[in-house]
Ligand binder design. Sequence first.
Ligand code: NAP
Length: 331
Amino acid sequence: MSQWLLKNCFTCLVCLCFFSGLLNFLLQQPRVLHFFKSSNSTMAQISSVATMTSAGVRMPKLIYGTAWKKERSADLVYNALVTGFRGIDVACQPKHYREDLVGQGIARAMKDKAIKREDLFIQTKFTSLAGQDPAAIPYDKNAPLVEQVRQSFNRSLENLQTAYVDSLVLHSPMPTVSETMEVYRVFEAIHASGSAKQLGLSNIYSLDALTAIFQAASVKPAVVQNRFYQQTGYDKGIRQFCKANNIRYQSFWSLTANPHLLASSALKSVAQRLNITPEQAMYKLLMSLGITPLDGTTNLEHMKEDLAVLSLPELTAQEVEAFSLLTGGMV
Ligand SMILES: NC(=O)c1ccc[n+]([C@@H]2O[C@H](COP(=O)([O-])OP(=O)(O)OC[C@H]3O[C@@H](n4cnc5c(N)ncnc54)[C@H](OP(=O)(O)O)[C@@H]3O)[C@@H](O)[C@H]2O)c1
């Protein structure tokens, strides 16, 4: 027995020496070194432009919003993608979004610029009857609620010319948690089928409702998309809940609702130090707080400026803290 052990240990030792020698040799080869270096820098690039959600979805840190763009939707989405945006937010709600034209813009950019589907993050929403224009409802208003959700989602896939979306969001909670869960169960079935990679909630300002939905959900929401403004105390409680439960918080109205923040000394000093505009400083500060801003600019120069925020250096802890004090305190 002891002889057998001695012999096998010796064989293991020889193998170990051989493989560590081989590894050492390989790591000294320029090509191997280059591979490791380039994959490291690619990883670094990914982390500066995108984040991994709890659902394992690669979500850009700045998302292009497509509301109110009407017949310009296709061209603006095309320009946004050509300029470098990789995240698109839309909704199956003809009242505010031309989802069909957003789909056309995406398809054109993918074709012209050889953008692969897996490099895009496409997020759409189900909007209940209460949020639809009665003259343009994108599903059968007389169908049962669960059927309305299915029809809306199928319409989204058709409009967006895609087999799946990366993120499916409930535009606003239903009047009760139980009705919200009725919708959410259909979302979960869609997620199970692979047609939506992650689920989310929007316009959810009640912490009690968010907690109840989160607890009842089998597929936990990966994103919350809310208005970021003073009247709700900048969603501090909601954001704390999101952080504690690995939900990514997306903000809208970030610029329009906050002229006082854009004019604040906390923001101006960041803009001055980095030689950027107050709007860029705002997006950078939001990202530094772990927030994913939605950006619906219609201006090509602003598209470039806003994307340039992704390559800015990290802010100091004092800069982030000064901003967080104006937005409800550190979360
Ligand atoms: N879930 C919901 O209920 C909901 C509600 C509202 C919005 N959203 C989503 O959020 C997206 C964004 O909407 P939003 O309400 O936050 O507003 P927004 O459409 O992003 O508008 C922001 C304003 O900021 C300006 N802007 C952007 N970048 C700028 C820059 N670098 N310098 C100066 N001005 C700049 C834009 O003007 P220019 O066009 O001139 O650049 C625009 O007037 C929407 O498209 C939609 O996808 C969702």
